[in-house]
Design a protein around this ligand. Structure first.
Ligand code: HMG
Ligand code: MG
Length: 300
């Protein structure tokens, strides 16, 4: 059996990726309470905001208020999505600890999501990256559709490697390999991750898996087998992408924590507190959490 990492970093993306697609407006107060519950549960990195056009993603229009209202826990990195210079300035003003430039390995998705080609996006990101460095902020790069695209179908491993190189050259500290529509399967995930590792240090590569086809936990395990030890997850399995029709939430944080506990892999996160946070936001949204482990534990 392969050696698995002894500890992993989980990045909680529920407050951003999880909530961005909700049709009904969620107040800043609810988002703030959620972020605070998550930091109290022990996450060291929480994606709390997106400084994107409110015409494109109305739910994220409260980002400035959310960042101003949360209780900052020492040592926690609060991240914000910043597609361009305008987004960066807002993130800087809101005192984000990390800014996220988000591109795609698929041309078609890049156009739908951020209204420009991959090459144009890199030019915009270069400006954000330089400003992040000048202000000593952490810089993360995210690559959508690394395992398949809702518009163009297959995405080649080399297309992913190419965007990884470009984000690396902009100075990213961490790069997310994202399965936006959850179509990746375990061997494919290992192939892509192993190719990416040729371009970027393993210590900075993360897996961002949506669970649309029920493959996310298997893909996390497959990633662990090849040494990946940063994963994104969403409390209560919240989420979906406004530009990926039918895409469901990220893998549920509770399910990932249950897996890690069983494998004896340290996360530093209190599962019971995450289950409670999942109940809190799901009650507010008027539905059950989309987490098998979360629901099972809540029923005990
Ligand atoms: P655009 O329309 O091409 O931009 O949008 P523009 O520069 O022509 O500006 C048009 C208008 O937008 C102007 O306002 C700007 O001020 C405004 P107007 O003069 O018409 O009133 N604007 C902004 N407003 C606020 N914040 C900004 C900003 N920039 C311009 N930063 C843009 C380009 C990228 C802004 C737009 O396409 C956009 O916001 N898209 C949203 C993309 C998004 O948030 N997608 C979901 C997140 S990505 C994701 O979920 C995937 C991920 O989870 C990984 C995975 O799972 O794959 C990360
Ligand atoms: Mg996502």
């Amino acid at each position: 059996m392969n050696n698995l990492p002894s500890q992993v970093k989980l990045v909680e993306v529920g407050p951003r990726d999880g909530l961005q697609n909700e049709a009904a407006t969620i107040s800043a107060d609810i988002k703030i309470a959620l972020v605070n519950q998550l930091s109290a549960a022990g996450f060291v990195n929480i994606e709390a905001a997106a400084f994107v056009s409110p015409k494109w993603v109305p739910q994220m229009a409260t980002s400035t208020e959310v960042m101003a209202g949360i209780t900052r826990r020492p040592g926690v990195i609060y991240s914000a999505l910043t597609p361009n210079r305008q987004g960066f300035e807002a993130a800087l003003a809101a005192a984000a600890d990390e800014v996220v430039i988000f591109g795609s390995a698929s041309e078609a998705f890049s156009q739908k999501n951020i209204n420009c080609s991959i090459a144009e996006s890199i030019a915009r990101f270069a400006e954000v990256a330089a400003a992040a460095k000048a202000n000593k902020l952490r810089l993360r790069g995210s690559i959508s559709c690394a395992f398949g695209c809702p518009y163009q179908g297959d995405v080649s491993v080399e297309a992913v490697a190419d965007v990884v190189q470009r984000l690396r050259d902009l100075g990213c500290d961490e790069i997310d390999i994202a399965d936006t529509i959850g179509v990746g399967t375990a061997r494919q995930v290992q192939t892509v991750m192993q190719r990416v590792m040729q371009e970027f240090p393993l210590t900075g590569i993360s897996g961002h898996f949506h669970d649309t086809y029920g493959q996310a936990l298997a893909n996390i395990y497959a990633s662990l087998e090849v040494g990946i030890h940063i994963f994104h997850s969403s409390v209560a399995g919240l989420g979906g992408c406004p530009y990926a029709k039918g895409a469901t939430g990220n893998v549920a944080t509770e399910d990932v924590l249950f897996l890690m506990q069983g494998l004896g892999i340290e996360t530093g996160i209190d599962l019971d507190k995450v289950v409670a946070a999942g109940q809190f936001i799901s009650t507010h949204l008027g539905r059950k959490p989309v987490s098998r482990a979360g629901n099972a534990l809540a029923a005990l």
